[in-house]
Design a protein around this ligand. Structure first.
Ligand SMILES: [Zn+2]
Length: 247
């Protein structure tokens, strides 16, 4: 019962994230104006805005002008629904659920914004870092000290990777956005989470990077989605990962 509620909550949250992913890089407000079709500008009714269902009922086309709607909208909704469901399965109803819900939401939004624009906006990463520290004051999750240590290790580790990468490849290997993203990851997951996310993100990134470079030459690969995926793997497998390392 609660599991179904968590999934639906995730779908609705994903629908809101779609708005954020489109509007935040464009410097638009995320609450005003109400949703409209990007092709014909027609305002969407609540019926056009039901996560997943509207897309299926409308067969991926705008009701008013017939323009195709990107399948990415229902994909982001489904992804967020599954992540929130997984979080509920891990934490149940409680403080931990409330702590990690905004973290997951921001990682999804940041990943898709990075794919679209190659940027990780400060408007999300910096407040998220602060939020991670504030939430560490609550019982559950990390201690405030561990959160602070996580922020510092995110900053220092990524700074070291950036300097080292620049010396090695003679060009910017990492953006400042990646550094701030890992500060946010550290504020929620601590120093071990930073190291794991960087390690897993690098493996995923090089695997997909080879495939990506084989198709499109010379393009910069956004690193944010891989770091975010590494952070989520750590969040969901934390106990397993730590125990397998003997910590
Ligand atoms: Zn339209």
């Amino acid at each position: 019962m609660f599991a179904a509620f968590a999934f639906v909550l995730g779908l609705v949250l994903g629908s809101f994230l779609n708005v954020c992913i489109y509007r935040i890089p464009r410097g638009m407000s995320i609450v005003y104006p109400p949703s409209h079709c990007p092709s014909c500008g027609h305002r969407l009714s609540p019926l056009d805005n039901i996560p997943l269902l509207s897309y299926m009922l409308l067969r991926g086309k705008c009701r008013y002008c017939g323009a195709s709607i990107s399948p990415r909208y229902p994909l982001v909704e489904l992804l967020t629904g599954l992540l929130v469901l997984s979080l509920y399965i891990k934490t149940g109803v409680g403080v931990d659920f409330l702590i990690y819900l905004p973290f997951i939401a921001c990682l999804v939004a940041l990943s898709f914004i990075d794919i679209d624009t190659g940027r990780l906006p400060d408007r999300i990463t910096l407040p998220l870092t602060a939020l991670g520290f504030i939430l560490s004051l609550l019982p559950g999750g990390l201690s405030p000290f561990a959160s602070l240590l996580g922020i510092i290790s995110g900053l220092l580790t990524m700074y070291a990777v950036a300097v080292f990468g620049k010396a090695l490849f003679k060009k910017e290997a990492l953006g400042g956005g990646d550094v701030k993203l890992m500060m946010a990851v550290g504020s929620f997951l601590g120093a071990a989470g930073v190291l794991f996310a960087l390690f897993a993100g690098s493996i995923l990134g090089s695997f997909f990077g080879i495939w990506f470079l084989a198709r499109k030459k010379g393009n910069v690969i956004p690193f944010g989605p891989f770091l975010s995926a590494g952070a989520l793997v750590y969040l969901f497998l934390e106990k397993f990962v730590l125990s397998s390392l003997g910590i």
